[in-house]
Ligand binder design. Structure first.
Ligand SMILES: [Zn+2]
Length: 426
């Protein structure tokens, strides 16, 4: 699970951002999607955000309320402003592989580019778009501002004609309020789609076994997308194996063996065009253990491994709910994105810099803060240090975000997921 940790990416200051006034979706937006394709590039000392392409989808599958709020801060945000009134009309938050790469040694000597794709509702009027990346303290580090004219002839229509074959494996009660999650096939040939469908069903079943997802079956659509690959399996560069697969994922990301990611975000989204989706789970056809989850970007995990089921839920905890890992390593106590000098935005860890914004109110009266590990039986919910002296605390000794062997999310994670689901559906 080591490689997965880094993908969790992190930042500062959790909690719900200040609620701005509610907007009427129809006043500013059409029931279509504006897909924003960017290249994030640079190196450790200098970064660039470049607009690659604007794409239009025939419908919008995201939220139609809380338009100008973010449930979580993330490591970056997109803001849409109505150009005529300067009103904030939509925002979303995310994390990226690019920001994580910036902390690798390679970034000190090499300049690289990463694809990033974001979905926003399609504006009716001229709209100013700001893309912001934060540093580890939550300060604005990089920014791109550009204006979108809804009638721009260069906005590329996708998803109208040829749509990848897909099948609902779980349906929400009310489609208008549904959280739309796709499960995509990676490294499955057309002949292997039966196996993919089986893994997709197992994944959804496993997610719904976990609190609080089990309470919200009526609020999720899960759609299996049969994105076929020419080759079976995924690329393993250290073995010289390069395969032709749907989203071109590979192990050895950042030269780390089990680190399976894709930088072909445009390819991912092109395969999904025309399907109503917001959250993405990519299931890779290999028995090698690995994967990752990037907040509001994607979960990518392997299906042939015995721990596939807990891992897919763990990674979905990262990509859907922005949860941090609850395991820590000596060598890597603090990732570059979790500083113990500021309060991280991830809801399931705290540095006690602003514990009021975390699970303080849920603690039983008299619970010592921090809580000594010897008292874990007495205080199932406490404030337990990740490693002696690392200054990062979690709420419970066991959690799906810590281990594959435990079968639940801890109470802190459950509450965080529940708040997020309400943000999307209420
Ligand atoms: Zn937890």
């Amino acid at each position: 699970m080591r490689k997965i940790k880094k993908l969790a990416l992190a930042l500062v200051l959790g909690g719900m951002c200040t609620a701005m006034q509610a907007q009427d979706f129809n006043q500013y937006f059409e029931n279509k999607t504006l897909r924003l394709d960017y290249i994030f590039g640079g190196n450790a000392s200098q970064q660039y955000i470049l607009l690659d392409e604007l794409v239009r989808y025939p419908s919008w599958a995201g939220r139609q309320h809380h338009l100008s709020e973010n449930a979580l801060r993330g490591n970056g945000q997109i803001h849409l402003y109505d150009e005529a009134t300067d009103q904030l009309i939509y925002t979303t938050s995310f994390s990226t592989l690019f920001q994580e790469w910036l902390s690798t040694e390679e970034a000190s000597t090499t300049t690289k580019s990463f694809e990033n794709v974001f979905l926003v509702p399609f504006p009716k009027q001229k709209t100013r778009i700001e893309v912001v990346l934060f540093d580890e303290k939550g300060n604005e580090k990089n920014k791109l501002v550009h204006v979108v004219q809804p009638h721009d002839i260069l906005i590329h229509d996708k998803g109208g004609q040829e749509v990848t074959p897909h099948e609902y494996i779980h349906r929400a009660k009310d489609n208008a309020k549904a959280i739309n999650v796709v499960l995509m096939a990676e490294g499955y040939t057309s002949e292997e789609m039966g196996q993919f469908m089986e893994s997709a069903r197992l994944s959804v079943g496993e997610i719904f076994k976990h609190k609080p997802f089990d309470q919200f079956g009526d609020n999720f659509n899960f759609i299996a997308v049969q994105s076929a690959s020419l080759d079976s399996g995924v690329s393993v560069p250290r073995a010289g194996e390069w395969k032709k697969t749907a989203v071109e994922s590979n192990f050895d990301t950042f030269y780390s063996e089990r680190y399976l990611t894709t930088n072909r975000l445009k390819k991912v989204h092109d395969l999904l065009a025309g399907i109503p989706y917001e959250h993405i789970i990519i299931l890779a056809n290999t028995n090698v253990y690995g994967g990752g989850g990037i907040y509001n970007s994607y979960t990518l995990t392997t299906t042939g491994h015995k721990d596939f089921k807990p891992v897919v839920v763990h990674e979905f905890g990262h990509s859907f709910a922005g949860l941090a890992d609850e395991y820590f390593y000596e060598q890597d106590v603090l990732s570059d994105f979790i500083s113990n000098q500021t309060e991280p935005w991830e809801q399931n860890i705290t540095t006690l810099k602003d514990f009021d914004s975390k699970w303080k109110k849920q603690l039983k009266k008299g619970t010592p803060v921090p809580t000594p590990i010897e008292q874990a039986k007495k205080y199932p919910l406490g404030v337990y240090e990740g490693l002696p002296g690392n200054g990062i605390y979690k709420g419970a000794m066991e959690c799906r975000m810590r281990t594959n062997q435990y079968d639940k999310f801890c109470v802190v994670c459950q509450n965080a997921i529940e708040r997020l689901i309400h943000f999307y559906i209420d």
